[in-house]
Design a binder for this molecule. Sequence first.
Ligand code: ZN
Length: 174
Amino acid sequence: MSPTKKRKVDDECRVFKEEWTYQYFFTAVNGKAACLICNEGISVFKEYNLKRHYNTKHAGYSEGLSTEQKVKKAAEMVKNLIKQQSLFSKTQSIHISATEASFYISYKIEQSKKTFSDGEFVKDCIVDAARILCPEAQNKFENIALSRNTVMRRVQDISKDLSQQLHTACQQGL
Ligand SMILES: [Zn+2]
């Protein structure tokens, strides 16, 4: 390995990235990454470790699923985990649902060829509606991240995932 290619392990993210939830079916529980499929825990938040676990133990698990379907499936698994084990605080569970909503809305914005900054307008509207219809739950809607940058990042994550799927399909000769 040449020095330039040497991975700076210490600098690598030690923060759990939310896209790992639907890419590798992991979630963060008490400072560990927990596999949503077999419940195995991985103590370091490193993409390489999660990816390796997924590819060796659960290869093909999400084969044929679209990104949207994977996001939905992973979110359901996280919710089941919350129900089963009560590992998460209520706040964390609201946060997970808010992330799921943010992905769905970003995906819709992209599909309907709106601009990324329209996310802010959409959020204004749903927060207004929530304030009128269910004021007790208004803060849940306020938690949906839909700033221009967030929408852009979600769309990039989704398209990165799509091109990876396409790449894999090509390699498999599909
Ligand atoms: Zn597993």
